[in-house]
Write a protein that binds this ligand. Structure first.
Ligand code: PXG
Length: 473
C-alpha cells in the first residue's frame, strides 16, 4: 500500500487485513511492545467503534472493558464532540497560549474546569497528555518551594509500581522497575516507597487490610524523615494505582497519608489521569478518598480520548506564592491549550454534566458493576475481586483452599486469560495475574452483565485448559 493508495481509500473500504498487518510490521513501532513478537503474530486492527463496542477490520465486535486505555469515558461515537472539534478547526485550528495570548476555547475550558474542581482549586495549566502533566506538576512544585524561600525542597516521593507516564520524568516518578531498567530512572531526586497492595503484599503476611494500609502509609513518614523534611518537595500518587493493577488501598491508607502531609511541610500531588472525570463516581479520585491535593495531573477522561490533552489543576496555596515571587515560569508546550483539544474537552465535559455520568457511576452503574463483578469471586480461579465505581480487578490464583496459592511466573497466566477474553469478544487487560476492567461510564446494565458473563466464560475456559495441563494440581 502506498501513500497515494491510503489517501484514496475511503474508511469503509479498507485494504485487506494482511496488507494492513504487513505495513504495520514494516513501518510502525508500537508503544510498550515486543516488536519481533508482535510482527510474528500480526496486530489486531480496530477500524471503528460505537458506544462500548469496538469493531475489528474483519467486522467482529468486541466489548471494550478498558474504555480504550482507561480514557473513553463518554463512549465512542459522540457526534457532539466530533462537531465541536470540526467547528473549532474551521474557526481557529491552532494558536498558542504564550506571549500574552489566549483564545475562546482555552478560557472557556479553564472556567468550566474551575466549576468541577474541588473548591480550593481554580486554575489550570494545559498539557498534551498525562506524562507531561506530571512534568508540569514537578516543575511547578520546584518553583513553589523556591518562591517560599525553601529551595532545598526538591526531592519527590512516589510509590513502587506507580505509573506516572513514559517520558523520562514520568518513568522516573513511576515505580515500574522494567521501565527504570531501560533509561527510565534518569531523574535522580525521586524516591519510592512501597505500595498499598494488600492482596499481593499484606495478606501473605497475615496483616488485616487496615493494619497494612496504616503500615504502608507510614512508609511516607519514614521516607520524609530519612531524606529530611527540608529536602522533600512533594509526594505524588494515584488515588488508586491503575496500570499497576487497580491497587485499591485499604480504607486506612489515605486518611493516614492526609495526616502525614498535613503535619509535614510537603506538597501532595494527586495523579488523576485515570481517576479524573467520574471513574470512581466522584469528579476526581481524591474526592472519593476525601483528601485535598495541592495539585492534580489529569488527561484521558478530560477529552475522553477524542483529542490528546492533559492538564494540571493548581491550588491557590501553590498559585499565590508563585504569582507573588517567581515572575516568569519558564515552562510550556507548543500545544498547551490546543484549540481543537479544548473544544473536545468542553463538549466532553458538557456530556458528563448533562448526562449526569458522575452521579450515574456513584448511584447506579458503579454499584451494579460492583455487585456483578464481586459475583466472580466464587470462581475457583479468582482469589479476590475489588472495584470502586467503574474500575475493578480480579486476581487469578492457582488455588484458593486451604490457602491461596498464586501462580508461579506471575503474568504468564494473566496474559493467557487476556487472550482468551479477546477471543470471546471482551477486551480486558492483564497486569501480572490481575485482570483489569475500566469500561466507559455510559456502559449499560445489560453490557455489564455481558462483560461479567464473558469474563466468567473466559475464566472457565482457562481453568479447563490449565486443569488439562495439570497446572492446577
Ligand atoms: N499517569 C497515570 C496515572 C496514567 O495512567 C499517565 C500518567 C501518562 O499519561 P500519557 O497521556 O502521557 O500516556 C498515565 C497513562 C497501561 C497504560 O498499560 C496506562 C497508561 C498509559 C499507557 C499504558 O495500563 N496510563
Amino acid at each position: 500500500m502506498t501513500f497515494a493508495d491510503t489517501a484514496a481509500a475511503p474508511l469503509s473500504n479498507l485494504p485487506p487485513l494482511e496488507d494492513i498487518q504487513a505495513q504495520d510490521a514494516a513501518h510502525h513501532w508500537h508503544p510498550f511492545t515486543d516488536t519481533a513478537d508482535l510482527n510474528a503474530r500480526g496486530t489486531r486492527v480496530i477500524k471503528s467503534a460505537e458506544g462500548c463496542w469496538l469493531t475489528e477490520a474483519q467486522g467482529r465486535k468486541l466489548l471494550d472493558g478498558m474504555a480504550g486505555l482507561w480514557c473513553v469515558n463518554v463512549g465512542y461515537g459522540r457526534d457532539e464532540i466530533v462537531e465541536a472539534v470540526a467547528r473549532q478547526m474551521r474557526e481557529l485550528p491552532y494558536y498558542n497560549t504564550f506571549f500574552q495570548c489566549t483564545h475562546p476555547p482555552a478560557t472557556e475550558l479553564a472556567g468550566m474546569l474551575a466549576e468541577v474542581y474541588p473548591p480550593h482549586m481554580k486554575r489550570s495549566f494545559f498539557t498534551v497528555g498525562g506524562s507531561d502533566a506530571n512534568d508540569t506538576a514537578y516543575r511547578l512544585a520546584q518553583v513553589y518551594w523556591q518562591s517560599m524561600g525553601k529551595p532545598t525542597k526538591t526531592a519527590f516521593i512516589a510509590r513502587k509500581n506507580a505509573y506516572h507516564g513514559s517520558t523520562v520524568l514520568g518513568a522516573s516518578l513511576g515505580g515500574m522497575a522494567a521501565m527504570h531498567g531501560q533509561g527510565g530512572s534518569a531523574v535522580r531526586e525521586v524516591h519510592h516507597i512501597d505500595q498499598p497492595y494488600w492482596f499481593g503484599e499484606g495478606r501473605p503476611h497475615g496483616l488485616t487490610p487496615e493494619e497494612f494500609g496504616l503500615q504502608r502509609a507510614r512508609a511516607l513518614e519514614a521516607k520524609i524523615d530519612e531524606l529530611g523534611e527540608d529536602n522533600v518537595a512533594a509526594f505524588i500518587a494515584e488515588p488508586i494505582q491503575g496500570a499497576g493493577g487497580v491497587v485499591i488501598p485499604p480504607e486506612t491508607y489515605w486518611p493516614e497519608i492526609k495526616r502525614i502531609c498535613a503535619e509535614r511541610e510537603i506538597l501532595l500531588i494527586a495523579d488523576e489521569v485515570i481517576s479524573g472525570f467520574g471513574r470512581f463516581g466522584t469528579w476526581f479520585g481524591c474526592q472519593s478518598f476525601d483528601f485535598e491535593p495541592d495539585m492534580m495531573s489529569m488527561a484521558k477522561g478530560l477529552t475522553s480520548g477524542y483529542q490528546p490533552m492533559g492538564a494540571v489543576a493548581i491550588s491557590e496555596k501553590v498559585a499565590e506564592p508563585v504569582m507573588a515571587e517567581a515572575g516568569e515560569v519558564f515552562h510550556g508546550y507548543t500545544y498547551s491549550g490546543h484549540p481543537a483539544a479544548c473544544a473536545a474537552a468542553i463538549a466532553n465535559l458538557r456530556i458528563i454534566r448533562e448526562e449526569g455520568l458522575v452521579e450515574r457511576v456513584r448511584d447506579d452503574i458503579g454499584p451494579y458493576l460492583g455487585q456483578r463483578w464481586a459475583s466472580l469471586e466464587d470462581h475457583p480461579l479468582i482469589g479476590q475481586t475489588r472495584s470502586r465505581g467503574l474500575i475493578g480487578a480480579a486476581e487469578l490464583v492457582k488455588r484458593k483452599e486451604p490457602d491461596i496459592e498464586l501462580f508461579p511466573n506471575r503474568g504468564t497466566i494473566g496474559a493467557r486469560c487476556r487472550d482468551i477474553c479477546v477471543q470471546n469478544g471482551l477486551v480486558m487487560r492483564a497486569v501480572g495475574d490481575s485482570m483489569i476492567i475500566s469500561p466507559p461510564l455510559i456502559i449499560t446494565r445489560d453490557e455489564v452483565d455481558r462483560l461479567v458473563d464473558l469474563a466468567r466464560k473466559s475464566f472457565d475456559e482457562l481453568a479447563d485448559a490449565l486443569s488439562r495441563e495439570g497446572a492446577l494440581a
